[in-house]
Design a protein around this ligand. Sequence first.
Ligand SMILES: [Zn+2]
Length: 187
Amino acid sequence: MLTIICGCMFSGKTTELLRRLEEFPTPSILAVKHAIDNRYQADAIVSHAGKALPAIAVSGAEQIQSLLRGDLEIVGIDEGHFFDDTLVDVIRSIIQRGIHVIITMLDRDSWAEEFPLAVRLCSLADEPVVKHALCARCGARADRTQRFTPIIDGSMVGGPESFEPRCQRCWTPPPEPPPNGTLGVAH
Ligand SMILES: [Zn+2]
């Protein structure tokens, strides 16, 4: 079974992931995150609200397969947008072993364009969950992330100093054009 929790930044995706993982006994959980995501702690999934769960940082999707154990019931993957397309096949193979996968993911990049990987995983998911934030400007329902800092490469990581949630009306595109072949990744 695959559950995907997607939405903009500050929509509570990681909080929702941690809440769901906590329903399982600790030995049956494998929690992973991409090594690029070292905002709070390298060895834990941490929500913006400060909740944490020990996690293994991996440098790519294939590495998740080497961490699978016979007693696993659930694999939690935080910030799936940091992975490349190989994640799809890795998730498929985990599900085939009867293990439930829950993944959080930004569904739009800094230009509010949908991430192809998010679209693909949503179509595979048994349970797609879309989270929303409140617009930092007007308080309406926010479904996109406003970026304040210049975009230097496609995989910049940042926190509240660099991003805030906005509704469609209050959001403005970043001044830089989207680079070819890369995405302006918020988290
Ligand atoms: Zn607004």
